[in-house]
Design a protein around this ligand. Structure first.
Ligand code: SAM
Length: 218
């Protein structure tokens, strides 16, 4: 059954129809979550709306995601970006995502630790990008690298990129940034970001730390 589904998904029209159906299911679940009071965490579709909002606001055409997991974010935003990079450390999750997105030439699923892969990806980029920093150990099938979260080294790589001031950073799971389990405190992350870019605006909302310059229309 699964093999048949994989085969059918190689037919562009059927793959797109299945993608639309998935997105409709996520949207319905999100609407229901809102009706029930919208307690955090945001469902995947809500996070996709946040990413889309920032991409539109800052005109970013490239998405860089760390931590692919099942590829929901990539799937939901496939047609919203010119290029998408997504990095996954777990070999099985990587392989599945790689197969899932193989026919999309503008999507690159990268296997490895984001803190090690980001510098190579960044060296290919010469325009402002939207970063969805979401790589971390989350139990279950997820991978654990040298540390539970690679965020400090991810930030180091991004902040030393020539376009860094124009990049837009969305860091998920802000609630975990307590100074425990390898996570820095939110205050430390804020300090690092503002030291690099004193004019950046930082906001923590819906469990996502958002960091960027003032948008043109702000
Ligand atoms: C919360 S999930 C990502 C969810 C996904 N971004 C989404 O929006 O649906 C975190 C993922 O990060 C992966 N991960 C953990 N440490 C990593 C690292 N150092 N580099 C890349 N991926 C990592 C885990 O295997 C897991 O799949």
């Amino acid at each position: 059954m699964k093999r048949l589904r994989n085969l059918l998904n190689r037919i562009p029209f059927l793959a797109e129809r299945s993608r639309r159906r998935k997105i409709n299911r996520w949207r319905a679940a999100y609407e229901q979550w809102k009706r029930q009071g919208g307690a955090l965490p945001l469902p995947s579709y809500g996070k996709q709306l946040v990413l889309q909002e920032y991409a539109e606001r800052f005109g970013t055409r490239i998405l860089v995601e760390t931590g692919t997991y099942t590829g929901h974010t990539v799937m939901g935003l496939l047609d919203k970006f010119d290029r998408i990079y997504s990095i996954e450390l777990d070999p099985t999750l990587y392989r599945k995502a790689q197969q899932l997105f193989a026919r999309y030439r503008h999507v690159q699923i990268v296997e490895g630790a984001s803190e090690l892969c980001l510098p190579r990806i960044l060296s290919e980029l010469n325009e402002p990008c939207l970063f969805w920093l979401d790589a971390h150990y989350s139990r279950g099938a997820t991978a654990k690298g040298e540390t539970e979260t690679p965020i400090m080294r991810e930030l180091e790589a991004i902040l030393s990129h020539p376009c860094s001031r124009q990049h837009v950073l969305l860091i998920d799971d802000a609630r975990c940034f307590t100074g425990e389990n390898d996570y820095p405190r939110v205050a430390t992350v804020r300090e690092i970001l503002l030291k690099a870019h004193p004019d950046w605006q930082l906001e923590e909302k819906e469990d996502i730390l958002r960091a960027h310059r003032a948008a043109v229309q702000d």
